[in-house]
Each structure stands twice: as C-alpha cells, then as structure tokens.
Design a binder for this molecule. Sequence first.
Ligand SMILES: [Fe+2]
Ligand SMILES: [Fe+2]
Length: 307
Amino acid sequence: MRTYFPVEELARDERFSKVNMRERMADPRTLAGDSATTTRKSRGNNNRLVPSRRDATDAARALMHGIFVGEIQALEGAGRTCHDFAVSNVPGTGPSGADSDPTTGNTVPFALKLDMARQAWDEARHVEISVKLSDWMGTEIGQFAENTVLFEAACSTDPVLRLAGVNRALEGLAIDVFTTMKDFGDLAGDPYLEFCEDWMLADEVTHVKMGSDWLRKVTENDPDRRKKALDFQNVVDKLFSYGGTRSDSEESPIGLARRFRELAGFSDAEVADIAAVSLAALDERKSSVAKMRDQAVTEMADQLGTA
Ligand SMILES: [Fe+2]
Ligand SMILES: [Fe+2]
C-alpha cells in the first residue's frame, strides 16, 4: 500500500460534494452564514448556538454534518499516520523497526502508532455516532458539503506537524464544538445528543492529549522542529477560527472550552494565544461586514441621488 495518500483520491460516493473553505462558509445555513448574520440583529450581541436561535435547526444540523465529515477525515488521517512512517527506536516507547522512512527519513515511535491506531478506532465509532445523530436530527448524508482541510493537515511528511495541526489544532477545535453541542442538547432537552457529544468529547480530550504528549516527547531535543510544528498549529488554528465562529465572546456561536483544553495538555499561555487569535478573527469579520454595509449604503445613496 502506498504512503502519503493524496486528498483528491479519498474514497467518497456520489452523496458527497467537496467545497473549499470559502464556499462552505458562504452557505447561509451554517453557523456563520448569511442567516446567522440576519438573525443576530434580533439577539443583540449574543450569537451562541442555543435552541432559541431562530436558525438553530439548520445551524445545528450543519454543525453536526460538519462533525460527521470531520470524523471521517480524522479516521483517515490517524490511519495514514499509522501507515506512512517507519518505526524508530525511542527508548521506553516500545520495539524498534526499520531505521527510517525511505522517502522522508521521518520515523515515529511504535507507541505513537499504537495511539494513532486507538484514535482511528475511536474516530470510526464517532463516524457511526455522528451519522446516527444526523439522522436523528433529520439530516441526510450529503445535505451539506464537505471541506477536506482536516485531512490536508494530516498529509504533512513530518509526523510531528500532523500531531500539531490535526491532534492539537483541529481536535482542539473539536473539544470546543462538542462542548457547545453537548450544552445545546442539554438546553434542548435532548439526552441522546447531550450524552453522545459528552462521550465523544471525552475521546477528543484524549486525542488532543496524545498530540500534546507526543509533540513534547518527540521534539524534546529538537527545538527547531518543535517550533516549526507549533507554527503550523498556529496557522491551522487561525484558519479554523472561522472568522470568529469560535471564541470566548458571546458573539461567537461556539465557545472556547478552557477547562477541557487544560485537561488535554494546553498550557495557560497556549489557551490565551488561541483566545487572542479567535477574538482577532471575530473583529476582522465584524469590520469586514461593517465595511460591506457602509459600501452598500453609499452605493444605494448614489443610486438614489442619480435617479
Ligand atoms: Fe472524533
Ligand atoms: Fe479525534
């Protein structure tokens, strides 16, 4: 079997449609789509995903479908990391194997592969849970499009970058998303949604912790490699700040799950950094929306003036 599988060749049947991040965010049914912007006016500055939101049904369904395709890609990414690298002999982490990957020279400890195998098993279960929850919420597979950035972050030839980009940045985001969905289920009086999200959340905290622990262990004597990995994590964090969809502010639909991030091995400084990046993304989005509004008002006034 070949190593380093290209994103274009992921197995998907005709129900799935692939879109880029910009197209996905433009879907008016999503948390940050046009309808969210419209309904926000009636809620003041509170934009959290709660059942009382006028667009809650579509927004929650869109989020659940996003979780479902994210779980598929997380399964594919963890599986690739089990397969793509040769085993190295890091003392105290299990048996040794081949000296290095012939393509990149990168290797991983055997125990890291075991953790990735455990993660693949968890993600497969999450795919099943998410597809059943989607069905429970009245959504069909393919009703929303798929963005494959998660798998793309799992395509790096350096396994440490995969851990930083996928396990820490994206699974960190999953912690925030699952916490919001769990609270949504609680408020909506839906025990199935609440408990399923709670169980998946427990797994995600473990996956992020694996990423945090292995990143530290593997780069213990290689500060440059650690810095490169953390820089990559920052890029992915920024990309997935979704124009402020996730932040501490109640103007964001998804909150920052600080306590669970702590349990997953994030330091206080790291959580503070993510909070700052998320708030900056929210401000960026707000100012671009204000700019577009001003421009529309000016154009309308010009048209009225010339009529
Ligand atoms: Fe998962
Ligand atoms: Fe996960």
